[in-house]
Design a protein around this ligand. Structure first.
Ligand code: GAP
Length: 453
């Protein structure tokens, strides 16, 4: 695909997100705030379905993982010990010509020295470290003693609560602690829609193990995480595993993979899977003076566990899901004339709305009553949407555009008016193939649940 086509595709995706209530610019009526986004009625469902599926696979379907929900603000000492206060920074460069503030890795070099990507200027400052953490004050006095930061990753809450969780869960190594929550980074240049934001969510697992298991578990988690992305509908050939080279890895990590996705704006990281050794727990043990050791009852040895960390971004995955789902095909309109159909081909398990219910005509009371009965029947099982307005073809299209995988139509056959054997049956339409089948109303909950899970 050409660059122009990819850029146009991305433009269409961004505009669809706003038009259909997936993602809005934060504080839009005041001109917005760079790098911040709000999820609308459909976006919030999509995001929730993603997080719920991650939690199901990473926590509920396993015996060896428990959850945590840590606070966003923590004692400043956490960020000193973790190294974030001193080193969580990006090198920043100013362009003296157009006054742009840039990350050093965004400069372009066409063989004639570094240039500003905005104006092409070469009058640039030397790179200097810019700490990405948002600083704030806790309590009524704003001085050095009350400083802390909005967390730039969820992981540290897991490390500092390691001992408490170990005690209450009585888990044996290897075991993990999972968390989903907000993280904040004062990115120098937020860009590519929600891809690089200043406020975002992470889904992180810290999987504690013995030193000798670390490298094997790094492979294991990389493979598990690839399966996860396939299971939410991301094509395997658009996913790539980058082995982070030695010189780019954190000094304490013995191995890191980046799982990348082919976004319309290029191949970019969705998730990092890192073997972080015993670095984090050791740092916190040293700084706090509290033991974070594990006691092995069999060998009677005490040691600091190592950790493998799959760390995924919620917002980046939501964006990948939308980019992956976005498609245009040809379908007949009401009069049989072919027209372009916009479809979000979401996997049913992450689609915001699972099923739409339509009475064929809104002014035929028995059709409307039956359709509403079906909504009540389905509500405890799946998220359904009732729509009676407009021609049935147009109602289908509206649902296609937001990725609703199933549509149920209540027609005169449902009422048994033409053929009594069809009483209490409906048509069930599948979004991608547009095929319709006739099914009994009473079977709908089982059929839908089995196709969505
Ligand atoms: N605890 C490890 C950690 O935070 P990271 O690679 O800095 O590692 C993990 O972040 C994931 O968080 C990334 O792969 C990405 O999906 C997401 N992420 C990081 N910065 C982000 C940003 N500015 N906007 C959106 N997502 C971000």
């Amino acid at each position: 695909m050409s660059t122009v086509t990819d850029a146009q595709r991305m433009e269409k995706i961004v505009s669809l997100c706003k038009r259909r209530g997936l993602i809005f610019q934060s504080s839009e009526i005041y001109g917005g705030l760079n790098g911040l986004w709000d999820y609308g009625p459909l976006g919030v469902e999509l995001k929730r379905n993603l997080k719920n599926y991650w939690w199901r696979v990473m926590v509920h379907e396993r015996d060896d993982v428990v959850g945590l929900d840590g606070s966003i603000l923590m004692n400043r000492a956490v960020w000193k010990a973790s190294g974030h206060e001193d080193t969580f920074s990006d090198p920043m460069v100013d362009c003296r010509s157009c006054k742009a503030r840039l990350r050093a890795d965004q400069l372009i070099d066409k063989g004639k020295g570094r240039q500003c990507p905005n104006c092409g200027g070469k009058d640039l400052t030397e790179p200097r470290a810019f700490n990405l953490m948002f600083k704030t004050y806790v309590g009524a006095t704003e001085d050095e003693s009350s400083v802390t930061y909005l967390r730039p990753e969820t992981a540290q809450a897991i490390f500092v609560q390691f001992k408490n969780v170990l005690e209450v869960s009585r888990k044996k190594l290897p075991f993990g602690i999972a968390q989903i929550g907000k993280a904040f980074r004062n990115e120098i240049n937020p860009r590519n829609f929600t891809f690089r934001s200043r406020e975002f969510e992470q889904m992180e697992l810290e999987y504690f193990c013995r030193a000798e298991e670390g490298m094997k578990l790094l492979e294991y988690w990389k493979d598990e995480r690839l399966k996860f992305y396939e299971n939410i509908g991301i094509a395997r050939d658009k996913l790539h595993v980058l082995t982070v080279p030695d010189e780019e890895r954190a000094f304490y990590s013995k191995g890191t993979y980046d799982i990348e996705y082919d976004f319309p704006f290029g191949r970019q990281e969705l998730e990092g899977v890192a073997y972080r050794t015993d670095y984090d727990l050791s740092q916190h043990q040293k700084a706090s003076g509290k033991s974070l050791e594990y006691f092995d009852e069999e060998t009677k040895q005490k040691f600091i566990p190592h950790v493998v960390e799959p760390s995924a971004g919620v917002d980046r995955t939501v964006l990948a899901l939308i980019c992956e789902a976005y498609s245009e095909d040809q379908a007949p309109d009401e009069k049989g004339k072919m027209e372009t159909r916009l479809v979000l081909r979401f996997h049913p398990r992450i689609a915001p709305i699972k099923c739409a219910v339509f009475p064929l005509l809104k002014n035929k009371e028995p059709l409307v009553a039956k359709a509403k009965e079906i909504v009540d029947l389905l509500r405890p099982h799946v998220f359904v949407f009732y729509d009676e307005s407009g021609a049935i073809g147009r109602r289908y299209r509206r649902q296609d555009e937001i990725g609703t995988p199933f549509g149920i139509t209540v027609d005169f056959e449902t009422l048994g008016e033409k053929d009594s054997t069809l009483r209490d049956t409906v048509t069930l339409r599948e979004r991608d193939s547009m095929k319709q089948e006739r099914v009994a109303i009473k079977d709908l909950p089982d059929i839908l649940v089995s196709r969505i899970r």
